[in-house]
Design a protein around this ligand. Structure first.
Ligand SMILES: [Zn+2]
Length: 598
């Protein structure tokens, strides 16, 4: 019927041609149906190939996984471009959202010009392998003495010898300069691709996935940072005080902390300096690691305990296949990627985790975290294919961490692992441990993309890449490099996510969300204790709230998902202040008359 209709209404050749190619609402539906089916099929192929590759590393499985991944990525890029055809077609709101999600889901947009597209994928592969193969060779004539990121990480974590730490820090950052030219060209080419999709630049494309104008989203992040900054500044001042006691004048009394002394190559997690900053008499008096080992709790039983947390909230138990297909321990006979991860092979029932579980406190918490991904995946499995994801990319990481905040001493008592919870006087130690991880991370989580957004937009030009990087690290983190860093260096590239081109704001958001979620769920559970002592274990009311949000997937804008759980549409970092209130008060006492800020 349609060609006849067009023939009747078209007066001139040009009008006819454009009318004939203008897609209709039923074209849009057919397009989305096709995209959903293809996305699902390619996604399952890629997940299976990646699972086999990571649990059985060989040249062949690596190749198969790369091929499947490439097919899935290529399709995603094609669909994003094709979706723009329907920009002006009148379609149902659900379909409009699916079309939008296709367009904003890309991290990297290849230019249409095949030569440029080819150049871009070669650059990406070079950058990734430059980082992956990155080594610090103190003496290039002795290749055996070269150090990998793992070696450097260990030195930064354990050494208290400033010279040794500085050498490792400077050594690792030597991997940056060879990547500078490629990164500069990558910025140009990826911006070309983003512009072809209608975005101002790649950074604007990244920010567009947050259901609000890119600039409004930037302002939201500033607002959140302003809420937590005073607490960070106090933690910074106390760490500086203690580091100065340890290292002397290398650490200024009231200036930025040298970036290499915080126990981590990027100063993003300060957990390793806990022995230097530990509050006195705050030892919790028990070790979960020792308890797990004494009671001989097997890895699979640790996972059962984690599952029980979620079922205690009212969630269905994990499917049988989870138990038969997951990887819980390091196999003796083959290489595997042991980094913990959660999987959703078919976006239906086939969820799994992959971990090399050791009986220790860290893995016990990580299990609760990974299962958070699996229960999220199961909660949105009934949604249309393109809605089977978290409300935004910060949500998925935040769920497991939210549950991990409920792994309190009281929870350990309730599940019979601990006889008696330590009294409140010991809380400062637990809170300090958590703050060194979660509060110390916040400014770092924010600044990586602050730098990249400026780079993509052209506000920071290649001649000032390194200066802009250190300006932001000073502004947000209050850290300075151990020695002068001019433009001969390219220090951002020494962080994996920059050459790998992985957006980073999601980690900042997850850090904020988890406390906001925890506070709302603790309230739903009727917890009247200080927030850091609340566990939502066995609360069906909290479970219902959680499920209301999880089951939405990404079908609605994230403020609605946030509202389903917390009752508010606005992100709010004040839950962090509530959670750390006792530590904050303790820091105030310690810092009386001492310099704060930089
Ligand atoms: Zn995770």
């Amino acid at each position: 019927m349609r060609p006849l209709f067009i023939a009747l209404v078209c007066a001139g050749l040009i009008a006819c041609a454009s009318r004939a190619s203008a897609p209709s609402a039923s074209d849009a539906k057919a397009f989305l149906d096709g995209v959903s089916a293809t996305t699902l099929k390619l996604g399952i192929d890629a997940s299976r190939a990646a699972w086999v590759q990571q649990t059985f590393i060989t040249d062949d499985t690596e190749l198969l996984a790369a091929q499947a991944n490439q097919a899935s990525n290529d399709a995603g890029a094609r669909f994003a471009k094709e979706a723009t055809k329907y920009d002006h077609v009148d379609v149902a709101p659900d379909q409009r959202r699916q079309l939008t999600l296709l367009k904003v889901g890309l991290v990297l947009a290849s230019p249409a010009d095949p030569k440029e597209s080819d150049e871009l994928s070669k650059i990406m592969a070079r950058l990734e392998s430059a980082y992956g193969k990155g080594k610090w060779c103190a003496d290039p004539s002795k290749p055996d003495s070269c150090k990998t990121i793992d070696d450097v990480t260990r030195i930064l974590a354990t050494s208290r010898n400033e010279k040794e730490i500085r050498a490792a820090w400077e050594g690792w950052h030597s991997i940056g300069p060879p990547m500078r030219a490629d990164y500069t060209r990558f910025v140009e080419l990826s911006n070309t691709g983003a512009k072809e999709l209608g975005f101002a630049d790649t950074g604007a494309m990244w920010r567009s996935k947050y259901d609000m104008p890119p600039d409004a989203f930037t302002k939201e992040l500033d607002r959140l940072w302003d809420q937590v900054r005073p607490l960070y500044v106090k933690l910074h001042a106390y760490a500086r005080l203690k580091l100065r006691e340890k290292y002397g004048d290398i650490v200024p009394a009231n200036g930025p902390i040298p970036a290499h002394l915080l126990g981590n190559i990027w100063a993003q997690d300060w957990s390793n300096i806990y022995p230097l900053v530990a509050p006195p008499n705050a030892d919790p008096g028990y070790s979960l690691t020792s308890i797990l080992q004494q009671k001989k709790i097997a890895p699979v039983d640790m996972v059962r305990i984690g599952e029980r947390f979620y079922t205690s909230l009212g969630f269905d138990p994990l499917p049988k296949t989870f138990w038969s297909r997951s990887l819980f321990v390091r196999p003796r006979d083959r290489d595997v990627v042991c980094h913990a991860s959660a999987w959703d092979i078919d976006t239906q029932n086939d969820v799994r985790i992959k971990m090399c579980i050791e009986p220790n406190a860290e893995d016990f918490t990580t299990i609760h975290h990974e299962l958070g991904h699996n229960f999220y995946q199961r909660a949105y499995e009934h949604q249309p294919v393109l809605f089977r994801d978290s409300a935004n990319d910060g949500f998925h990481e935040a769920i497991g961490d939210t549950i991990a905040l409920s792994v309190t001493p009281e929870y350990l008592v309730r599940i019979g692992l601990l006889d008696k919870a330590p009294d409140a006087s010991r809380d400062t130690g637990l809170l300090m441990t958590r703050a060194l991880e979660k509060i110390a991370f916040l400014p770092f989580g924010l600044l990586i993309d602050q730098w990249r957004w400026k780079v993509f937009s052209g506000e920071v030009t290649p001649q000032h890449y390194n200066k802009a990087w250190w300006d932001l690290r000073l502004k947000y983190q209050g850290v300075a490099p151990p020695s002068a860093r001019d433009e001969a260096f390219f220090d951002p590239a020494a962080k994996y996510h920059v050459p790998d081109n992985t957006p980073y704001t999601r980690y900042f958001l997850a850090d904020i969300y988890q406390f906001q979620f925890h506070r709302a769920l603790a309230k739903a559970a009727g917890c009247a204790l200080p927030l850091h002592r609340c566990s939502i274990y066995e609360s069906k009311a909290a479970g219902q709230r959680l499920n209301a949000m999880l089951s939405m997937g990404v079908s609605r804008p994230w403020p609605e998902a946030l509202e389903a759980l917390t009752g508010t549409r606005q992100m709010d970092a004040t839950a962090i202040l509530d959670y750390f209130a006792p530590l904050s008060a303790w820091l105030d006492e310690q810092l009386e008359g001492k310099p704060v800020g930089w």
